[in-house]
Ligand binder design. Structure first.
Ligand code: NAD
Length: 443
């Protein structure tokens, strides 16, 4: 395991702050053949931290007391596997990515595509900065256009009142930046909606902007000479975008014919909402797994992604597929990425903290860049499989183990039974039960 590429800026910062150093390489080949404890040790060794620093993954990270503090009427917790996606390079930095998912093949596919992307440098990202928006709905306004003008005249006063709600955010360089006023001509009414545009720095930002919306709503209503109703963020976080692009040589992904098929698949996902929904689900397999592992709000990210997919009025694929001038597959992905490192469960959940440690990110912006890169890797993995051998071959091998467990196989029998039902060409419960009986009978 040798150093390949690094992210020198962060490595220097990490040294100065005495934190763990940046992973030397994410190319941890052979992880598959290790036991889970050995994998944790290998990842920790690569990161230069103690295996215990990843210990929160051992038992899910929280007990019932903790759960009881997090949600109402708690009765327990549910375990979700966490795996490590390997091989990823994001903006020149080697990253080992914790992914929380119950679905087989997802982590393998992301790792596989990340490996294919390495020869041309991996993933390159940009972000727009962490701007979230709160909406204040104003009703019973006689003169919506004049009200809009009056609100904009007093923008400074509104922003000051908003910022007075969150001195800590302002201390960290964030705060309310701008007021937008929208007039929406609907079927039954004309709506007046004020947006507070807030730089939320390293927070996901929902609570932060909701508090500002509630505090400023009475002032906005009085300026508009109406009344306020809804005061909450919009999950269409289209001022907080993260983008990734990647190039893969045809021979690294199965050949020119596979690339040609992938372009056909990408074109259908752009034009057909039925295909786009599945295409985007593949993206979210990667996105949601990292968002969940880091204790972030999966629903907020998913709502934002699907709203973005429908931004021109038709639901479309979130990614684009092309051939570059050299014939390589050139893929891009853009989506809203409202994730944070403070607030919510990100700070309070020990497993989320271990995940952040593994990622070696210090800002929400860095986390967003990794999440969107994993989403793009996942997307390419799914479409590549569909464009080549079909999705079931890779999927079924792993799915077979779940079917084997459901059929009653013990830990000692799972692998043997899974192999038998794959060999039988039918990964089904009835076949698993039959094969288990035969296995036990020594046949
Ligand atoms: P939060 O209020 O717990 O934390 C954010 C606060 O942390 C900031 O307001 C600031 O005061 C402080 N802070 C300290 N250091 C900071 C830094 N470096 N950068 C930024 N802020 C810093 O959480 P939040 O992020 O405002 O809200 C997230 C939570 O809100 C999640 O649990 C989410 O599920 C929930 N939520 C979501 C929705 C929705 O998406 N529709 C609605 C309501 C609540």
């Amino acid at each position: 395991m040798r150093a390949l590429l690094r992210w020198p800026r962060q490595r220097d910062d990490a040294h100065q702050e005495g934190r763990a150093t940046v992973a030397r390489t994410s190319r941890l080949s052979g992880l598959r053949s290790l036991a889970p404890a050995e994998r944790r040790a290998a990842v920790a060794a690569e990161l230069g931290i103690a295996p215990d620093d990843l210990g929160a993954f051992l038992d899910g990270g929280i007990d019932l007391t903790h759960a009881d503090r997090m949600v109402e009427h708690a009765i327990g917790t549910i375990g979700i596997p966490v795996g490590v996606a390997t091989n990823l390079i994001v903006d020149g930095r080697e990253v080992l990515v914790p992914m929380a998912t119950e679905e087989p093949s997802v982590i393998a596919a992301a790792s596989n595509v990340a490996r294919m992307a390495r020869p041309l440098g991996g993933f390159t990202t940009t972000t727009t900065g962490p701007l979230m928006q709160a909406q204040v709905q104003l009703l019973d306004v006689a003169d919506v256009h004049a009200a809009r003008a009056r609100i904009l005249e007093r923008e400074t006063e509104v922003l000051e009142l908003a910022n007075a709600q969150d001195p800590r955010l302002v201390e960290h360089g964030g705060g309310a930046r701008r007021v937008d006023v929208r007039i929406i001509h609907g079927r039954h009414a004309t709506h007046l909606v004020v947006h507070l545009v807030v730089d939320v720095r390293d927070a996901m930002g929902a609570n932060a902007v909701n508090t500002m919306a509630e505090a400023t709503a009475p002032l906005l209503a009085s300026i508009a000479e109406g009344r306020h109703l809804l005061r909450i963020l919009t999950n269409k976080a289209d001022l907080r975008l993260a983008r990734a692009r990647v190039r893969i040589r045809p021979d690294d992904i199965g050949g020119p014919e596979v690339v040609a098929n992938m372009l056909e698949a990408g074109a259908l996902a752009h034009d057909d909402p039925y295909r786009a929904a599945t295409h985007n689900k593949g993206i979210m397999n990667g996105v949601t797994a990292v968002v969940l592992a880091t204790g972030n709000d999966t629903r907020a990210v998913e709502a934002g992604a699907h709203a973005h997919a429908a931004r021109d009025g038709q639901y479309r694929s979130l990614s684009t597929w092309e051939r570059d001038a050299d014939g390589n597959l050139a893929a891009t992905l853009e989506l809203p990425m409202p994730v944070g490192l403070v607030g919510g469960a990100t700070r309070s959940h020990p497993a989320a903290q271990a995940a952040v440690r593994m990622l070696e990110v210090t800002t929400a912006d860095e986390l967003a860049r990794i999440v969107v890169s994993v989403g793009l890797a996942q997307n390419i993995g799914a479409v590549r499989a569909l464009s080549a051998e079909g999705i079931q071959r890779g999927h079924m091998g792993l799915h077979a183990r779940n079917v084997a467990v459901s059929a009653g196989a013990t830990a000692d029998e799972v692998d043997a039974l899974a192999a038998r039902i794959v060999a039988a060409g039918a990964v089904r419960a009835d076949v698993a039960e039959r094969e288990l009986a035969e296995l036990r009978a020594g046949r």
